[in-house]
Write a protein that binds this ligand. Structure first.
Ligand SMILES: Cc1cc2nc3c(=O)[nH]c(=O)nc-3n(C[C@H](O)[C@H](O)[C@H](O)COP(=O)(O)OP(=O)(O)OC[C@H]3O[C@@H](n4cnc5c(N)ncnc54)[C@H](O)[C@@H]3O)c2cc1C
Length: 418
């Protein structure tokens, strides 16, 4: 069957974050009749508030050699980005043990290769979706500057820089003065920088998800505002999807509900160590400074992104319930760090946001059929790279639905690896 020709098969995608929206679009391109279900509208989960970076440079996993001894200090110092409420520590310990094991050098290399296999195809997968929806201007390709205020952090980044170079990523190391020449708003404390010219950025991830979802509907797809409660199982055929409004009986189900996929996957018999790694951001609507590109401070663990609606500063990895209330202490820390980086930053009118990265301890998503349910495909767990690899994930979901061999080896991402 030619791509895009209606097949009569139906698919229901649970979750209209960037991963669900891209999966729905690729299923539609494969000729399926697609329904996309979200409890709160496209892009309103982690997708809404992220830093918007898209680049192969993100092949570096979260867990790295030598990280374990730093954990106690990271947990105890409120200025550091790691946060686990004491009441959650015991429950999170197995996750952190797996995370620590993923930080052994050999594993880091394997995980980086796996992440690279997705990230290296990010633009070829996004481009058709951006051009069919007219969303090209929502992604800019200006590069990213990593800045260092303490030479010790710069020296400590050697392994990561080497890892990136070994994956063919273009990197330019420069002095603090060179960095200030590129970005005059930077303060005098910057002593060195690394420029990654091939990193792109979305200037509004929420709008990106919304525009892509509108395109799905314009092409005949259905967008439903319902909350999925669970599944009903028959002796034969795919499960039915039960929502607060209806019971749906699609031929194919894609579970792409970000961190909220965990209880739904468990109902399908698949227990995964999926954590809600909550990130925070502050949006400065009138920052009073102009940045040409994204800036990441390695010392302060803050990502700064010039967006179409202001300057976004993001940070924090808080492991707790995905829907817990925002903790203003975290956004206060981000504000202090942003002011230290950009002394003339205007913070008036800033808005605060929190949202959960869907994170697995080995820094890889799950993409593929649910164990025991060939008509249910999993597409979640994209931690810090969900915006970057949403389109390639969607493309792979489309290929699996069409019964074609996936264009990326899915072994590293199989749902039964835990
Ligand atoms: C601060 C921060 C910075 C980040 N920076 C970057 C970055 O620079 N680059 C990058 O690539 N990634 C980044 N990420 C990660 C990225 O945002 C996520 O990986 C990505 O958004 C995950 O997308 P998703 O579609 O899987 O999940 P989500 O965006 O969380 O979407 C899940 C959707 O499912 C819906 N849903 C949940 N439960 C149900 C239910 N029962 N019924 C119906 N609908 C349901 C929700 O409403 C939501 O819309 C960042 C994340 C954060 C928090």
């Amino acid at each position: 069957m030619a791509v895009g020709q209606p097949s009569g098969r139906t698919a229901l995608v649970i979750g209209a974050g960037i991963v669900g929206v891209c999966s729905a679009l690729y299923l539609q391109r494969e000729g399926l009749r697609v329904t996309l279900v979200d409890r709160a509208g496209p892009g309103t989960g982690a997708t809404e508030g992220n830093a918007g970076n898209l680049g192969v440079a993100s092949c570096v996993p979260a867990s790295l050699p030598g990280m374990l001894p730093k954990v106690p200090r990271l947990l105890l110092d409120p200025e550091e980005p790691l946060s686990v409420p004491w009441t959650k520590l015991a429950a999170m310990t197995p996750w952190f043990l797996r995370f620590a094991l993923a930080g052994r050098r050999q594993r880091v290399e394997e995980i980086a290769d796996a992440r690279y296999s997705l990230l290296s195809k990010l633009f070829e997968a996004y481009d058709p979706l951006l051009s069919q929806s007219g969303a090209e201007t929502l992604i800019r390709r200006d590069g990213l500057l990593q800045i260092f205020e303490d030479a010790k952090y710069l020296a400590g980044s050697k392994y990561v820089i080497d890892l990136r170079r070994r994956h063919g990523i273009r990197i330019q190391e420069m002095s603090g003065d060179d960095a200030r020449e590129m970005e005059p708003a930077l303060g005098p404390g910057v002593v060195g920088a690394v420029f990654l010219p091939d990193v792109a950025v979305t200037v509004n991830p929420l709008r990106l998800a919304q525009v892509l979802a509108e395109d799905l509907v314009r092409r005949g797809g259905t967008l439903l505002s319902e909350t999925v409660k669970g599944f009903e199982f028959a002796t034969e055929g795919p499960p039915r999807v039960v929502t607060d409004g209806a019971t749906h009986a699609p031929d194919l189900i894609v579970l792409a509900a970000g961190t909220w996929s965990k209880p739904l996957a468990a109902q399908l018999g698949c227990r995964l160590p999926l954590a809600a790694e909550r990130g925070y951001n502050l949006m400065f609507p009138d920052p009073g400074i102009q940045l040409r590109m994204c800036i990441n401070s390695r010392d302060r663990h803050v990502a700064v992104t010039p967006m179409e609606h202001g300057l976004r500063c993001s940070s924090i990895a808080e492991f707790t319930d995905p829907d817990a209330p925002l903790n203003p202490a975290h956004t206060d820390v981000i504000e202090r760090k942003a002011k230290a980086l950009f002394p003339t930053l205007n913070t008036e009118g800033a808005t605060r946001w929190v949202g959960p990265r869907p994170s697995l301890p080995d820094s890889k998503p799950v993409i593929g059929p649910a164990p025991g349910h060939p008509n249910v495909l999993f597409a979640f767990g994209h931690d810090h790279i969900g915006i970057a690899v949403a389109a390639i994930t969607g493309k792979l979901i489309g290929e699996l639905a069409a019964g074609r061999p996936p264009s990326v080896d899915l072994m590293p991402f199989r749902p039964d690896r835990f």
